[in-house]
Design a protein around this ligand. Sequence first.
Ligand code: G6P
Length: 621
Amino acid sequence: MCGIVGYVGPKNATPILLDGLARLEYRGYDSAGIAVVSAAGDLEVRKAAGKLQNLRTALAVAEPAGQVGIGHTRWATHGRPSDGNAHPHVDCGGDVTVVHNGIIENYAELRDELIATGHHFASETDTEVLAHLIEDALASGAPSLAEATRRSLRRVTGSYAIVAVSKRDPGHIVGARLNGPLIVGLGEGENFIASDIPAILRHTREVVVLDEGEVADVTSTAVTLTDLDGREFTRAPMHVEWDLEAAEKGGYPHYFVKEIHEQPHAVRRALLGRVSEGASGPSLRLAELDRLVASGALDGVRRIAILGCGTSVHAGMLGKYAIERWARIPVEVSIASEYRYADPIVGPDTLCVAITQSGETADTLAATRLARELGAPVIAVTNIVGSAITRVADAVLYLQAGPEISVTATKTFVTTTTTLYLLALWLGQRNGALAEAEARAALAALVAVPGQMERVLATTAAASATFDTMASLLAKSQSCMFIGRGAGFPLALEGALKLKEISYVHAEAYPAGELKHGPIALLDADVPLVAMAPASKTYEKVISNVQEVRARDAKVIAIATEGDTNIARHADATLSIPRMPELLAPLLGIIPLQLLSYEVALRRGCNIDQPRNLAKSVTVE
Ligand code: G6P
């Protein structure tokens, strides 16, 4: 999410850090900062909210110079974008400074403990606890910055890539990683550290990739790798062949496919800090809703209105099924542009859940403002900290998906769905509609989703021949139909939307049972059907609908559950996903559909990351 870069060597660090940060600009900015140890041994920190240009302007007045430094671009997850919350963060004495990408889950306890022992905090961030922990570790005898960092990190839970420097151990940069990317770049008499390869590619192509729980102590001439307990090991560097543009895309040809592959990590992040493992199984806490609960605004809620546009509506439809099933509260899902002018029946008994990954969609903002004016409490679900929707809402659930650069939504679809499922479980636990055992089982299934997504990515790649046949079939079609029932219907809608958005093949989605009431008239040998047929209570019904279609000579592509030996008799080609509870299956089923639309778009030579006529955030009504 955030970008990190560090330098140690004979040159002036500042221009190298600024160049590295500029190379990370594609990841999005809300603030940036650098810290440099000057020749006199002082730690000089400069930071500014907003784009990198704001930091450059601040530096123009007095640019720090030194041979060791770290830099950071922030993409906020906790704490609003501001000068104070920008990284690097420093300890009380101004001796230690830290940049961080990720979330420190137990920061509130650590912060209370540090304040009680006399530390002063200057920001609202979770990151700042690390600077104070390292300060304490150095004060209590840690022999080096590396050892102080290891001691501090042993107390931290969460996910992080962190980099620290200290004027008390000059000449060293210490980096560590747990569920956040971090690499060391090897130069001649100089070394680098970064969250992403593009930041250092101008200087070196020899890179050591850190793994989870590993620490690198980097000087201009040496890199010492250890685990969190200080046990040393070595790792051979890898040679990076990519050019800069490919490096920004992590070696993938397009952001769209890169972001498809980031989905397991994005879902892990959406669960982070909300679902925790305990002795009796996983438990759920949505601390973001504490204030809303305390205000009493939820006490009178009898129904829920979900508002959104495009992909957000499809995730909202899955959210409706989950809320109605687990919390037994009636839910209406509305397309925001319709809701506004529909004279909606809404008041304090209606909880409005406004979904917009960008946080800026004009229709969703207008519809949400209307609901709020009529007395509805509002929970916003968005990926962008500080976006417009957060100012309309009483509470915000952030997706924590990281920047999504391709115009077409991928990881924001799965993280919105995951977040709504958490909200559904939370509501069900709160109003007593959901039994403890069912809540734990659902949470355990959600926690298993990222691992299963990784399996789907691997098996879809392995099924490349089948995949090729399907993609070629769809690429030469003028039109195709997607069907599904239950949770399979929003999945069909989202699959069809991906295909039309990026490949411009006309694709319609229908509830499978509705086919015979009209759309079936469109089907013939030239209109393929994509059927959502994972294991579910309506599986047999979907198969009957598929048979009706096959009788009209249409070719059938199926998304089914692994081990389904029946499906081959009904479909011309099948992509399988692991067995999952019916509500959760769309989180896996969407992956082959996204990859299929990608392959079709490639074959048709489309502009995949910026499809014609579409924009990432639509700020006009
Ligand atoms: C645009 C995008 C869609 C997106 C929709 C809603 O139309 O092209 O991919 O689903 O806006 O965006 P939001 O940011 O409100 O979720």
